[in-house]
Design a protein around this ligand. Structure first.
Ligand code: 4AZ
Length: 315
C-alpha cells in the first residue's frame, strides 16, 4: 500500500516465449483438442480482478483500487460529479452537472482516484479542453437527455495513458440491450445516505434493471420517466445518491463492461419503491460517436453485440 491505495510494480520476468539462452525452457503439457484462438484482451471494459472482498457499507461495498478503472472524479467549481472514461481524451457524464455553465478553467478531472479529493501515485489530473451538453438538453427539463461529453486537455501531447487504475469502459452500440432484471454495477464517491454531507472513498453496488412499464407506473415515477431513461434498483437499498451523478451503470457481457447508463436522478436515495433513474446510453451512441469521431476500428469492434442474456453476448 502507498498511503491508502494499492500501488503496483512490474517485475522484469522474461516472457515464456523467449527462454533465456543456456536455460532449459519448461515443457508445457498441451491438452489435445480443437485449436484455440489466441485470447485477445479487449481495449476497453476490463477491470482489475477482485481478489479480496471487504465489509458491506450502507447497501454498497468499498471498491478495491482498479475495480472501476474508468471512474472519473469531476471537480466542477464548488460542486462534485462523476464521469466515465470512454477513450483516452473523453469522459461521459451527466448534463445536469454543468447546469451552472461553469468555466472550463473551473473544472478538474481526476482519473485513478480512490478516495474523494485525494491524489497520489495512481491518479492523473487533467484540465478540460471542452465540454459539450447533448444539443437538446435544457435546464427546463434537466432530467431529460441528461448526458454530456468532457474532453480532457492533453499533457505533453497525450490524455489518459492506461494503467491498472485507469482504463476506458466500452461504449455500447445503439442496439445493445440488456434485458429487464439484468444485474449491473454502479460506483461512485457520493453520499452514503440521503442526509449525509460528505463524500467517500469509491463504493460499488449491484442494481437490477427494472421494466420500463413498472418504473413509469403512477406509484413509481409515472410520466417523469421518459424514453432515453432506464430505472434500476435493488431490494437491499443499493442506490446512487448525491455526488454519484454522471457516473456509470456498467453492465457486463462476457466479462467486458459496457457503459449502459449514466447516474441521473431519483426520488431521494435508497427509498423503497423509488429506484434510481439513469440516462440510457445506447440511445445516445450515435451522438457520442459523432462528437468523439472515434476511430472506426474501436466502434465497429463493440457495436456488433446486440443483446446480452445472462452475461452472454448474442451477436
Ligand atoms: C444526485 O443528487 C442524485 N437515488 C443522483 C441519483 C439519485 C439521487 C440523487 C438516485 O446526484
Amino acid at each position: 500500500m502507498t498511503g491508502r491505495a494499492v500501488s503496483w510494480e512490474y517485475c522484469a520476468i522474461e516472457p515464456c516465449s523467449k527462454p533465456a539462452l543456456g536455460r532449459r525452457s519448461p515443457v508445457l503439457a498441451v491438452a489435445p483438442g480443437p485449436s484455440r484462438r489466441p485470447v485477445r484482451t479487449p481495449a476497453c471494459g476490463k477491470r482489475q480482478e477482485k481478489r479480496i472482498s471487504r465489509g458491506r457499507i450502507l447497501g454498497g461495498t468499498s471498491a478495491l483500487p482498479g475495480a472501476h478503472p474508468w471512474m472519473a472524479a469531476l471537480y466542477i467549481a464548488d460542486e462534485f460529479c462523476a464521469g466515465t472514461l470512454v477513450s483516452s481524451c473523453w469522459i461521459v457524464s451527466a448534463a445536469h452537472c454543468f447546469l451552472r455553465n461553469p468555466l472550463k478553467s473551473q473544472i478538474r478531472v481526476v482519473l485513478g482516484q480512490h478516495s474523494f479529493n485525494d491524489t497520489g501515485p495512481n491518479t492523473r489530473t487533467f484540465a478540460v479542453q471542452d465540454y459539450i451538453l447533448y444539443p437538446r438538453y435544457t435546464q427546463f427539463e434537466p432530467t431529460l437527455n441528461d448526458i454530456a461529453l468532457v474532453k480532457l486537455k492533453k499533457v505533453e501531447g497525450r490524455c489518459a495513458l492506461k494503467t491498472p487504475f485507469i482504463r476506458p469502459i466500452c461504449l455500447p452500440g445503439k442496439d445493445l440491450t440488456f434485458p429487464d432484471h439484468s444485474c449491473c454495477k454502479i460506483s461512485g464517491w457520493g453520499h452514503m445516505h440521503e442526509k449525509a454531507n460528505s463524500y467517500s472513498h469509491l463504493m460499488e453496488g449491484v442494481v437490477k434493471i427494472i421494466p420500463f412499464d413498472q418504473c413509469s407506473s403512477p406509484d413509481v415515477y409515472g410520466s417523469e420517466v421518459r424514453s432515453g431513461m432506464l430505472c434500476a434498483g435493488s431490494e437491499s437499498c443499493v442506490d446512487a445518491c448525491q455526488g454519484d451523478s454522471g457516473g456509470p451503470l456498467a453492465c457486463d457481457c462476457d466479462g467486458v463492461s459496457f457503459l449502459y447508463g449514466i447516474i441521473s436522478w431519483g426520488d431521494g436515495c435508497g427509498r423503497s419503491g423509488k429506484p434510481g433513474v439513469y440516462t440510457l446510453v445506447p440511445k445516445y451512441s450515435d451522438w457520442i460517436n459523432s462528437v468523439i469521431k472515434k476511430s472506426r476500428k474501436t466502434s465497429v469492434n463493440r457495436t456488433t453485440i446486440d443483446i446480452c442474456i445472462g452475461s452472454q453476448c448474442q451477436r
